[in-house]
Design a binder for this molecule. Structure first.
Ligand SMILES: *[C@@H]1O[C@H](CO)[C@@H](O)[C@H](O)[C@H]1NC(C)=O
Ligand SMILES: *[C@@H]1O[C@H](CO)[C@@H](O)[C@H](O)[C@H]1NC(C)=O
Ligand SMILES: *[C@@H]1O[C@H](CO)[C@@H](O)[C@H](O)[C@H]1NC(C)=O
Ligand SMILES: *[C@@H]1O[C@H](CO)[C@@H](O)[C@H](O)[C@H]1NC(C)=O
Length: 801
């Protein structure tokens, strides 16, 4: 910068305003004037006429003119008055700059005679300019570590004025750090220097704004200012600082991964890179680094993997904050994990019995322990099973339990229990664990097999095929397995004479009963025995039932004709007197049927007769009577074919041939001819012999009857019977005769037929009546009870020949 107007004070004192008058003998006369700059146009400078010694009017007459060096009309000459006036504002700085003294040269020309004068006009400076700085603002960057007394050269200001009006001093706005020192550059110019008086602190005042003032020496002085911005440059003089040495935070263990936990923000007063902090976990364990992460720029701590209170309850983490300059600081972060009820109770079965025998109280079923990994209420547990089960839980040690049966179990009532052990903790929310145990009740042979009925009655038609399935007995056993496997058997009958083993057999497995042989109703009508059933338990249990077998009668017996004998070579021949009245009892066919009931109801019928209409047969009792009076014309010999039929389904029948001989009187004895009977019906040539034979037989018969009656009369004189030995009596219920094997042959039809044989022939035998063996209500004289015979043969009608 150029400092102008470097006039010495002494020179300026010499250039005081004066007018030098006088003419130079050798050269043109010159006058000097001085005028301050910046005067108004028209301002009076001097009276030139007077100064040059010219008279008034001479100037105009001599045509005075002012000629300047630079042909500028700075001045105006009043020709009338001779006054020299300013024709324009004179600016010293414009005309002369920093040149001093500033002089304008003029010539005043006069004619008639030509004459010129020199005029020097000194232009005096006034303080019309203020000091100015080139820059409105000056930026200074000063490190805060700058030492005291350090000087900072500042740009100088400029003032166009010169001399004392020029720049004289610098000052600075009041501040605590800087003062200004004015320095002389040696060539008259001065410049300011900022001097650091007090240490700067970036952290306190990162920048300062000062005003530098330049002052000139005018009166009054003028000033110019510039603004100085001082940026205090930071140095890394501050380590990062945590607001707290220890951070404590509580985190629920179920906090989601990635959750924000805390921000440990350190502060560094330094700026820029020195204030940039990065965070790390300092010497962190593997656990910590696995579980947490810290954002190196923001200091936020986040959860990286899930927490587990049960594994680690707290973490102590050292966090180091480091700034860009390498300064660091630590703090401690204590993270406490809070328990959350995140663990359900656990049940650990130590031993378990899946099969419990019935009938045994206080049996150990299971031993188990329970556990909850949570703490506090979250880990307190309650253990229970269903109420309605015959089992109880018994705590043994802490968290150890046994499950025992409360009372004896009954497998037959319930053979399986599903026990749910429920363990609930007291946390919020409550967590529970269920463990199911299935207990099977094993069987004990505590139930005897039982027959479905206490007695069974089976009906078997006689003449069954052998091995016929006649029925079943059935038993059940409420136990299970072998205890329920049952075997049927026949028990020995109470009656030792019953040959049970040959009659029936039983299938041991299913209780089916079979007849071993064909049964004969006539031999055995009913029998009973016991069947037993035994299970396979140990010890085995058994029970028994009565089986009663009824043999059903079948019409399997043909009526058997007792009289007259049918197989004899000398058949019976009835003798009938020709004088017999109608209804005369010729004979009575006697037949029996071993069957019973309807099968034994017999009816008689005349099938064929030599002379139909002569004889009639009573259907129900077999009596053969004459139907009309006999006459001489009737043949002497008659042959009647009778049919005896039972009422079975289908009916069975037997035929009887009856020979009747008509005789004129019982006086004529007839001796039967053996061959006559056989051949009677066959050939006509034999008729004669037959007649003879019949006659003889009839007579013999008559004789026999008479003799027999006589004998009977003698024997039964006491009984008062008048008739012969054949005594039909009582009523008859129908046309049938019941000769059932049960001995119910009506007593009215009990006959004693006595044929007293004479003549030494075998054909006539003493025939005893047919007597039922079972209770006979009346006489019972001729009944010979023979139990053995009855039982073994099955015939309950006995007869004796
Ligand atoms: C400059 O100004 C200061 C303060 O105003 C003053 O103390 C000092 O004397 C001045 N210097 C000169 C040379 O006038
Ligand atoms: C760290 O935090 C900053 C600011 O919150 C974020 O912009 C940046 O992505 C984060 N860095 C990581 C690795 O998360
Ligand atoms: C246990 O049994 C109960 C009832 O039978 C059933 O609801 C439950 O699901 C079972 N629990 C398990 C774990 O099998
Ligand atoms: C006739 O039958 C009866 C009874 O069955 C018997 O006792 C008798 O010997 C038989 N007579 C002849 C000759 O066959």
């Amino acid at each position: 910068m150029e400092i102008r107007g470097a006039l010495t004070l002494r020179k300026r004192q010499v250039l005081i305003f004066f007018v030098l008058l006088g003419l130079s003998e050798t050269g043109p006369e010159s006058v000097r004037y001085s005028v301050a700059e910046e005067k108004e146009i028209g301002s009076f400078v001097a009276n030139l006429a007077r100064d040059l010694g010219l008279g008034v009017g001479e100037l105009s007459s001599r045509e005075a003119r002012i000629v300047s060096d630079d042909n500028e009309k700075h001045l105006h000459l009043n020709l009338l008055t001779g006054d020299l006036l300013l024709n324009e504002r004179l600016d010293r700085e414009e005309l002369c700059g920093s040149t001093e003294p500033c002089v304008l040269h003029f010539q005043v020309l006069l004619q008639n005679p030509l004459k010129f004068f020199l005029v020097e006009l000194h232009i005096k400076d006034i303080n019309d300019h203020s000091p100015t700085f080139l820059d409105k603002e000056i930026l200074l960057k000063i490190s805060e570590s700058t030492t005291l007394g350090t000087k900072f050269l500042m740009e100088s200001a400029q003032d166009l004025d010169i001399g004392s009006n020029s720049l004289q001093n610098y000052t600075i706005s009041p501040n605590s750090h800087f003062s200004v020192k004015v320095q002389d550059s040696g060539d008259g110019e001065i410049y300011p220097e900022l001097v650091l008086d007090r240490m700067l602190d970036h952290e306190k005042e990162p920048e300062l704004r000062l005003t530098l003032v330049a002052l000139d020496g005018g009166s009054p002085p003028r000033s110019g200012t510039t603004s100085v911005l001082i940026e205090v440059l930071d140095i890394n003089d501050n380590a990062p600082k945590f607001p707290q040495k220890l951070y404590e935070v509580q985190v629920l263990e179920d906090t989601a991964i990635g959750s924000w936990i805390i921000t440990t923000l350190a502060k560094d007063l330094d700026a820029g890179n020195y204030g940039k902090i990065s965070y790390i976990f300092f010497h962190a364990s593997e656990d910590i680094r696995k579980t947490f992460e810290i954002n190196s720029t923001s200091g936020e701590v986040h959860l990286r993997s899930s927490l587990d209170f049960e594994a680690i309850q707290s973490y102590t983490i050292n966090i180091q904050a480091t700034d860009g300059g390498g300064l660091s600081e630590k703090c401690t972060l204590l993270i406490k994990v809070l328990d959350v009820n995140d663990n359900a109770p656990e049940v650990t079965m130590s031993s378990i019995t899946n099969r419990v025998p019935e009938n045994s109280p206080q049996t150990l079923v299971a031993v188990f322990s329970i556990r909850d990994q949570d703490s506090g209420d979250n880990g307190r547990m309650v253990c229970s099973i269903q109420d309605d089960l015959p089992f109880i839980l018994k705590p043994t040690l802490k968290n150890f339990f046994t499950l025992v049966t409360e009372k004896a179990l009954d497998r037959e009532m319930r053979d399986k229990y599903s026990i749910t052990i429920t363990v609930t903790d007291m946390g919020t929310p409550r967590l529970k664990t269920e463990h199911n145990i299935t207990v099977l009740v094993s069987d004990v042979n505590d139930n005897a097999p039982a027959f479905t009925q206490t007695s069974y009655t089976l009906f078997i038609p006689e003449n069954n095929s052998p091995a016929l399935h006649i029925g079943s007995v059935s038993a059940t056993d409420r136990d299970a397995g072998a205890n329920a496997q049952i075997t049927y058997s026949l028990l020995q009958p109470q009656d030792p004479s019953l040959p049970l083993d040959s009659l029936v057999s039983i299938n041991a497995d299913n209780g089916h009963l079979f007849a071993l042989r064909a049964l004969d109703f006539e031999a055995l009508q009913a029998f009973e025995f016991l069947v037993g059933v035994t299970d396979h338990g140990s010890p085995a249990l058994s029970s028994q039932a009565l089986v009663r077998v009824q043999v059903l009668d079948a019409n399997d017996n043909v009526p058997f004709v007792l009289y007259p004998l049918q197989n004899g070579s000398a058949p019976c021949t009835e003798l009938v007197p020709r004088a017999a009245e109608p209804g005369y009892l010729v004979s009575k066919v006697v037949a029996v049927d071993s069957d019973s009931g309807q099968n034994a109801w017999l009816s008689y019928q005349l099938l064929k007769a030599t002379e139909p209409g002569l004889f009639s047969v009573w259907a129900h009792n077999g009596e053969v009577r004459t139907a009309r009076l006999l006459s001489e014309r009737d043949a002497a010999k008659h042959r009647l074919l009778l049919l005896v039929r039972d009422n079975g389904e289908p009916p069975l029948s037997a035929s009887v041939t009856l020979h009747v001989l008509l005789v004129d009187g019982f006086s004529q004895p007839y001796l039967p001819l053996p061959e006559a009977a056989a051949e009677a019906a066959q050939t006509d040539p034999l008729t004669v012999y037959l007649v003879i034979a019949l006659a003889s037989v009839s007579s013999l018969f008559l004789f026999s009857v008479l003799a027999f009656i006589a004998v009977r009369l003698c024997r039964r004189g006491r009984s008062g019977l008048v008739g012969g030995c054949s005594v039909p009596e009582g009523h008859f219920p129908g046309h049938l005769v019941d000769v059932s094997g049960t001995g119910t042959l009506s007593q009215s039809y009990q006959y004693e037929v006595c044929l007293m044989g004479g003549m030494g022939t075998d054909e006539f035998k003493f025939l005893q009546p047919i007597i039922p063996s079972l209770p006979v209500h009346d006489t019972g004289r001729n009944i010979e009870e023979n139990e053995n015979f009855r039982n073994s043969s099955g015939f309950n009608v006995q007869y004796k020949v």
